[in-house]
Design a protein around this ligand. Structure first.
Ligand SMILES: [Zn+2]
Length: 113
């Protein structure tokens, strides 16, 4: 797949190797398998998963102090779901900074739109 998309472009392989090496060392990046795609495509979404992990959700939850970003009511962490502030479809990455916690009700309504 990558070959089909990129084989006509010429890359400096030494520079690519270095970038891949640097990214592999970065513990913040969750999806190491996405590094090759990212280096070629420049799309940050290749580096992260679409769903938030527990740590990211907890961080967003604590930042919001348990308040749903939509309805403004307080919920327990288990009653909430992570939502991309900048939508995934618009290039939003799956990081704690781009995560807002919504109660399940609001998240369901938002998804239904
Ligand atoms: Zn809500």
């Amino acid at each position: 797949m990558l070959y089909d998309n990129y084989h006509e472009q010429i890359y400096d392989t030494a520079e690519l190797e270095q970038r891949i090496h640097d990214l592999m060392e970065d513990d913040e990046i969750m999806k190491k398998s996405g590094i090759y795609s990212y280096v070629l495509s420049g799309d940050l979404r290749d580096l992260s998963f679409r769903t938030f992990d527990k740590k990211q959700k907890r961080e967003a939850y604590e930042r919001q102090q348990g308040i749903c970003a939509h309805c403004g009511k307080h919920f327990e962490l288990e009653e909430m779901e992570g939502d991309h502030i900048t939508p995934w479809a618009e290039g939003g990455v799956t990081t704690a900074e781009n995560c807002q916690m919504l109660c399940k009700e609001c998240n369901r309504k938002k998804g239904a739109k």
